[in-house]
Ligand binder design. Structure first.
Ligand code: SF4
Ligand code: SF4
Ligand code: SF4
Length: 334
């Protein structure tokens, strides 16, 4: 191989990497029997029964302030708190579900993304999306503690326990991890079970989406029987006048969609939800990774070419080596 042929081969490798190598994929589809929750901010009264129940189910201690041990003061997700209720407040803050001089509640826990960034970035599959239910779980046996998942989540959900020398990642696993298994045992999530108003509702993603769309279509002021517990088998109903919902189901499309859906009368940016594209970050980053890996074909081609030239020079008799050198010099001039 002379230098011209070698450069041609290298250019060919680059072209292959540039064209065929960029294998961007689309968003993943919801799992075939995806389960999730619907959080309706307009029903939430901020009682935090869901926070306490979540701690009970997951065996987590309350976050206490000195001298105030009787109350859980968790204000954000952490290794001790997998679910929090946050408050939006403006002006005098006395009008429920109003932007001006109003207030509203927002639930924060894992959204169980349809195409989860945490699963995509984990190098050892310690985070997994269940192929049937879509529940995203954490597997401590596989985790190497690299914490990459904490950067791959658009909702800042996974938290690493830095206080523990053998620290691990903590996030809501929809009450279906080893030692809990509520969903596999036919129960609903702890937070949905404890919610006294139906603000947190459990069910299949499909049924929850239909319920959310039904609420969107109601006229403000119309009375509606809000199901409580499980959307398909409600334990009871909460009768209430319908608010003026935002025409937006959070999780229908955001970053590929989520199995936990939110609806509200206050815009989601006021509730602190991040601006997200419809395309999942996992599909974008995996496309970039595949392109980069394809570009690694180029150094491989270069290495193979160099090895061939060096081998040929070492094996060739002295006069042949001179001839190769002369040819190379001629081509340099051209
Ligand atoms: S919200 Fe974050 S932690 Fe939960 S599934 Fe999505 S990417 Fe993973
Ligand atoms: S599903 Fe279970 S772990 Fe997740 S927020 Fe609700 S109670 Fe907590
Ligand atoms: S239990 Fe229900 S009403 Fe109470 S804070 Fe949680 S979501 Fe809101």
């Amino acid at each position: 191989m002379n230098r011209r042929d070698f450069l041609k081969a290298a250019a060919g490798g680059a072209a292959v990497a540039c064209t065929g190598g960029a294998q961007a994929r689309g968003n993943l589809e919801p799992a075939p029997q995806a389960v999730g929750m619907l959080f309706d901010s307009t029903l939430c009264v901020g009682c935090k029964a869901c926070v306490s129940k979540c701690k009970e189910v997951n065996g987590m201690p309350p976050v206490t302030l000195e001298g105030k041990e009787a109350w859980d003061w968790a204000s954000d997700l952490s290794p001790k708190t997998l679910n929090v209720i946050k408050l939006y407040q403006h002006g005098e803050g006395n009008l429920k579900d109003q932007v001006e001089n109003g207030f509203a509640f927002e639930k924060r826990s894992c959204m169980h993304c349809v195409d989860p960034g945490c699963v995509s970035v984990c190098p050892v599959t310690a985070l997994r999306r269940h192929p049937v239910t879509g529940i995203v779980t954490f597997h401590v046996d596989a985790c190497i503690g690299c914490r990459t998942c904490t950067t791959g989540c658009p909702y800042n959900v996974p938290h690493f326990d830095y206080d523990d020398p053998f620290g691990e990642i903590y996030k809501c696993q929809m009450c279906n991890q080893d030692g809990v298994r509520r969903i596999d045992n036919g129960q609903i999530t702890g937070c949905a079970e404890a919610c006294p108003t139906g603000a947190t509702l459990f069910g299949s993603r499909e049924a929850l989406m239909k319920e959310a769309k039904r609420r969107m279509a109601l006229k403000p002021g119309e009375t509606y029987n809000y199901p409580m517990g499980d959307v398909s088998k409600p334990g009871s109903y909460h009768e209430k006048a319908t608010p003026a919902y935002q025409d937006h189901i959070w999780g229908e499309k955001e970053a590929g969609g989520t199995n936990v859906l939110h609806i509200s009368a206050v815009p989601f940016d006021k509730l602190g939800m991040p601006p997200l594209p419809e395309r999942s970050y996992a599909s974008i980053s995996e496309g970039v990774q595949h392109t980069l890996y394809s570009f690694m074909a180029l150094p491989a081609v270069a290495l193979a070419g160099l090895t061939y030239v060096v081998r040929k020079n070492l094996d060739a008799p002295a006069e042949d080596a001179d001839a190769i050198d002369d040819k190379g010099q001629e081509e340099d001039k051209s």
